[in-house]
Write a protein that binds this ligand. Structure first.
Ligand SMILES: [Zn+2]
Length: 200
């Protein structure tokens, strides 16, 4: 019990969380800290073992603190979903065709990284829909420029943080099976069904 409590205190110290706690929780932390210290000294035979009520209050304080931490937004696990990579193509030939920006400083975008919890909806009803006006504007610009796209690569389960890392790494073509010639276009419905089948 006291090892759980001291582990918890260590997490608080390492992440410098204690200073951000509400005052009443901070009081609990300081009681917990004291109880852990007494328990540690008692275990080492330096001081007599604390009476049971102190140990009980350390447990209560620890449990209350853990419950409070679990309820905080920064302690929530990232939701898992799909990271996907779109590869822009010429709809007539199916060949890779990047989107070129306007002007002589125009940027070239041959791929689009995205993350979603609903792959079919995202690809079929949003990205494929030329009238879609929500997030994913680059894809709509590509469609308006006469391009199409293929679903080239997937990761599941994956977090939004994973998608950000892949995006910021750059070099999407290096990860793209269509560019590398190591795979064909993916079907979102089939991918979703495959994952559902695997989970059964
Ligand atoms: Zn590609």
């Amino acid at each position: 019990m006291s090892s759980i409590a001291s582990g918890l205190l260590q997490v608080l110290d390492e992440r410098r969380i204690t200073g951000r706690l509400p005052a009443d929780v901070r009081v609990q932390v300081s009681r917990l800290r004291h109880a852990v210290k007494v328990a540690t000294l008692a275990a080492a035979g330096i001081v007599p073992a604390p009476p049971p009520p102190a140990a009980l209050s350390a447990f209560d304080a620890g449990a209350a603190l853990q419950a409070w931490i679990r309820a905080q937004p920064w302690a929530q696990p990232d939701p898992e979903g799909w990271v996907y990579l779109l590869h822009f193509v010429d709809p007539a030939t199916g060949a890779y065709r990047p989107l070129r920006g306007q002007g002589n400083r125009g940027q070239v975008a041959g791929h689009y990284w995205g993350w979603t919890t609903d792959l079919e909806r995202r690809i079929v009803r949003e990205h494929r829909n030329p009238k879609w006006t929500g997030p994913g504007r680059l894809v709509q610009v590509a469609l308006a420029a006469g391009l199409s796209f293929e679903l080239a690569y997937l990761e599941y389960p994956a977090t939004l943080g994973r998608e950000r890392r892949l995006k910021h790494q750059g070099g999407a073509a290096r990860r793209c099976p269509l560019c590398r010639g190591t795979g064909g276009p993916l079907d979102p419905a089939a991918a979703v069904a495959a994952v559902a089948g695997g989970a059964r």
